[in-house]
Design a protein. Structure first.
Length: 293
C-alpha cells in the first residue's frame, strides 16, 4: 500500500508543479498576446493545480488504515475526490464559456503570433504528463489518479483548440478575430466531456457498482478450482479506492464439519488473492450442497 501511495503522490506532485508553471506562462502570454483562448487555457491549468492539490490530500486520506469508525478503510475518499475534480472542471468550463461568448460579441484585435509557440510547448508538455499520470493510475488501479490524467489531457486539448483558433485568426486577418474566442468556447465543451468520463466511474464506485462482468467470472472460476467447492452460487465485486472487495456464496458437501467448511473458505480466499492481488477482502458464505435456494 505504501508503494502504491507513493507512486500516486509523486505523480500528483509533479502535476501540480508543471501545471503551476504552465498556468503562469499561459496567463502572461494571453494577457500580453491578446488571446482569450490562452487566458482560458490558463484558467484550466489553474483548475489543474486546485484539483491536483485536492487529489494529493485525498490520496493521503484514502491511504489511512481501517479504524473503529471505518472498518472498511478510507478508500472511497478517492472516488469523492474524483467527483470534486469533476465539479471543479464544470465550474472552469462555465467560466470559460461565459467569457468566450462575451468576447465573441465584443470586437477586439487578433492575438500575437508568438502565442502559438507558447501553446506548442504547453500541448507537448501536457500530453507527456497525461500519459505518465494515466500509466500510474492504471498501474495502481486508482480512479482519482486516472481522473487527474484526464484533466491533463483536457488541458492539452484546450491548448490545441486555442492553437487552431489563433492560427485561423492570424491567417484570416480582419474579420476573423473571434476565431480565438470560438476556440475557447470549444475548449469548454471538451472539458465537459471529460467531466463525464471522470465522474461516471467515480459515481459507480460510491454506489458499489459491480465491477467488470469478466472479472466477476474470473473470480467465480478461481473459486470453483478449489477442492471441496461444488458450485459458486453468487459473486459480487466492488471497488474500494485502489483495491477491490468480493462477496461469494459457495456450495460444499453438507456432511462436512464446520471446521472443514472453514478451511475450504480460507483456501478459496487465498487462491483468489494469490491470482488477483487487487482483492484486499473476500467475504465467503458457505452453503450446504443440496440445501440451497
Amino acid at each position: 500500500m505504501a508503494k502504491t501511495e507513493n507512486k500516486a503522490l509523486k505523480s500528483t506532485f509533479i502535476g501540480i508543479i508543471v501545471s503551476g508553471i504552465l498556468a503562469i506562462l499561459k496567463a502572461l502570454g494571453g494577457i500580453f498576446g491578446n488571446s482569450y483562448a490562452l487566458i482560458a487555457d490558463a484558467i484550466e491549468s489553474t483548475a489543474d493545480i486546485f484539483t491536483s492539490t485536492m487529489l494529493w490530500l485525498g490520496l493521503k486520506w484514502a491511504s489511512k488504515p481501517a479504524d473503529e469508525d471505518h472498518p472498511y478503510g478510507h478508500g472511497k475518499a478517492e472516488a469523492l475526490i474524483a467527483i470534486g475534480i469533476a465539479l471543479a472542471l464544470t465550474i472552469a468550463a462555465f467560466v470559460i464559456g461565459k467569457e468566450s461568448v462575451h468576447n465573441i460579441m465584443t470586437p477586439h484585435k487578433s492575438p500575437k503570433a508568438y502565442t502559438l509557440i507558447i501553446l506548442l510547448i504547453v500541448i507537448a508538455t501536457k500530453e507527456i504528463l497525461y500519459r505518465y499520470v494515466k500509466k500510474v493510475g492504471i498501474g495502481i488501479n486508482s480512479e482519482a489518479v486516472k481522473a487527474d490524467a484526464f484533466h491533463h489531457r483536457s488541458d492539452a486539448i484546450t491548448s490545441l483548440a486555442a492553437f487552431i483558433g489563433i492560427s485561423i485568426s492570424l491567417i484570416g486577418g480582419k474579420g476573423y478575430e473571434a476565431a480565438d474566442d470560438y476556440a475557447a468556447l470549444f475548449a469548454g465543451v471538451i472539458i465537459l466531456i471529460n467531466v463525464y468520463q471522470i465522474a461516471r466511474p467515480a459515481i459507480g464506485e460510491l454506489l458499489d457498482e459491480d465491477l467488470d462482468p469478466s472479472l466477476n467470472e474470473r473470480v467465480r472460476e478461481l473459486a470453483s478450482e478449489v477442492e471441496g467447492v461444488t458450485h459458486v452460487q453468487k459473486c459480487h465485486t466492488r471497488k474500494m479506492g485502489v483495491l477491490n472487495h468480493a462477496d461469494l456464496h459457495i456450495w460444499v458437501d453438507g456432511e462436512l464439519s464446520v471446521t472443514e467448511g472453514h478451511t475450504i473458505s480460507h483456501a478459496v480466499k487465498d487462491h483468489i488473492q494469490h491470482t488477483l492481488p487487487q482483492f484486499i477482502e473476500i467475504m465467503i458464505h458457505i452453503e450446504p450442497d443440496g440445501h440451497h435456494d
